[in-house]
Design a protein around this ligand. Structure first.
Ligand code: ARG
Length: 475
């Protein structure tokens, strides 16, 4: 007999059981479901809704169920639909009918909302930790490459030289925004919906704050209808995750390009590449390619969830069961990608010489010739035209700007003197961008300092959350 079977005259059609059950995927929530139940049951006793003795029996029983599930000994069935009813059934099997008191003053609707929030808190901490590790790997590469220049691109055409360190730091700050978004979302995730009941609250004299405190929530939700029908926090997470994987995908694209023979700017470590079953010479950047490919599923989950929620009336609707698989898959996808990216970045081999050749065998110092002329009081627009002519001439002569003699320079502007050769060197060009956020070495060093400060703040934040979550571990 089903836990809710009382008003039914026949067994459920088996296809319905299979179609509506969520146990296949929501068993991932088991430990959080039990954490929530433990807090709920101690509150029931504290408020004298059940006796202390009953609460003890239920608590012990729940802990046994947690161990059973963890060891894979528990039988989780589709007939029991979801993780909430499976746990309750296992509890009753364990301790008898007193287990039936656990669900007093509670509905699966507030219970599932609670479980989702507990799960997401845990995931946020894991993902934030991995993001920090990736940022640290990027900073290490930046520090090792404070003298490595490569062409900076716009339109994928060589534009102006930049430090490789500067390029790495660009990603550090992208991931910093991601980390800020994820940690900021904590305050919207960290509210307890428990006590909202099915939709309207409960007639039992419960203490919502007591439960919230025990579970480390900052507050309880203000409105019971909102509490059970809100999945904004899931959508917010999927949006934040979409930005993370979009950033990973952009970095992936650069790694793939840079490891091609055409660029040859980097080589990924053998341990992070794969081979071809047919072409013996191949070494493929499969990891960044696959991460780039996986952006599709994460963006898809965001669209899926927005669409599921759109048009749902208050309060809980079964549609909302669709909130889980996309969120779980997004968490696993991010975890997988981030865990690989940090060591892959750290071990990548940077071909400094190849990058340097790409800078000097090029015209990416042309802007600096124009800026030099501006320094001689020539209006920028005129200087631009002069340098355009100079570059055209150089291309025709198969020369780069630094190959031109002073006499050749003077054909285009009398204002050019011997000191132009220093001005146009790669190092000078980079260090001339001595502005906050610029690519001059001292400015990149400043960026690294700033990032390190940020890491410290976030490590403190994370430590606090890790301590909070540890206290709740059941088995
Ligand atoms: N398995 C359900 C879900 O994931 C739990 C809540 C079900 N509530 C209900 N009244 N059918 O959404």
């Amino acid at each position: 007999m089903k836990l809710w079977g009382g008003r039914f005259t026949k067994p459920t059609n088996q296809l319905v059981d299979e179609y509506t059950a969520s146990i296949r995927f929501d068993q991932k929530l088991a430990t959080f479901d039990i954490q929530g139940s433990l807090a709920h049951v101690s509150m029931l006793a504290k408020c004298a809704i059940i006796t202390n003795q009953e609460a003890e029996l239920i608590t012990d029983g729940l802990k046994k169920v947690a161990t059973q599930i963890e060891c894979g000994e528990a039988e989780l069935t589709e007939a029991n639909e979801d993780i909430h009813m499976n746990v309750e059934k296992l509890l009753i099997d364990q301790i008898g009918s007193v287990g039936g008191k656990l669900h007093t003053g509670r509905s699966r609707n507030d219970q599932v909302a609670l479980d989702m929030r507990l799960y997401l808190r845990d995931a946020l901490v894991t993902i934030a930790t991995l993001l920090l590790e990736l940022q640290q790997a990027l900073v290490k590469q930046a520090e090792a490459n404070l003298d490595t220049v490569l062409p900076g691109y716009t339109h994928l055409q060589r534009a102006q030289p930049v430090l490789f360190a500067h390029h790495m730091m660009a990603y550090v700050f992208m991931f910093q925004r991601d980390l800020e978004r994820l940690t900021d979302s904590w305050k919207r995730v960290n509210r307890s919906p428990l006590g909202a009941g099915a939709l309207a609250g409960t007639s039992f004299p419960i203490d919502r704050s007591f439960v919230a405190d025990q579970l480390g929530f900052d507050a309880v939700s203000e409105n019971s209808l909102d509490a059970v029908s809100d999945r904004d926090f899931v959508i917010e997470f999927l949006a934040d995750a979409s930005l993370v994987i979009m950033h990973l995908s952009r970095l992936s694209e650069e790694l793939v390009q840079w490891s091609s023979a055409e660029f040859n700017f980097i080589e990924l470590d053998d341990a992070f590449c794969t081979g071809s079953s047919m072409m013996p010479q191949k070494k493929n950047p499969d990891v960044p390619e696959l991460v780039r490919g996986k952006t599709g599923r994460v963006f898809g989950h965001l669209m899926g969830m927005l669409t599921t929620l759109k048009g749902l009336p208050l309060a809980y609707n079964k549609d909302m069961q669709e909130d889980k698989e996309g969120m779980f898959d997004t968490v696993e996808t991010l975890k997988g990608a981030l865990a690989l990216f940090a060591p892959m970045i750290e071990t990548m081999n940077v071909h400094k010489d190849v990058m340097y050749q790409a800078v000097v065998k090029d015209y990416s110092n042309a802007t600096d010739l124009a800026d030099y002329l501006v320094g001689k009081d020539i209006p920028f627009r005129e200087a631009h035209a002069i340098v355009g002519q100079t570059v055209l001439y150089s291309i025709e002569q198969s020369k780069y700007l630094l190959d031109l003699s002073l006499a050749e320079f003077k054909r285009f502007s009398k204002a050019i003197d011997e000191d132009i050769y220093d001005v146009l060197s790669a190092k000078a060009v980079v260090n001339a961008r001595d502005v906050t956020g610029g690519t001059a070495k001292n400015r990149v060093e400043d960026q690294i300092k700033q990032a390190r400060q940020f890491f410290e703040d976030h490590e403190t934040w994370l430590q606090g959350k890790i301590t909070l979550l540890k206290k709740l571990i059941v088995t």
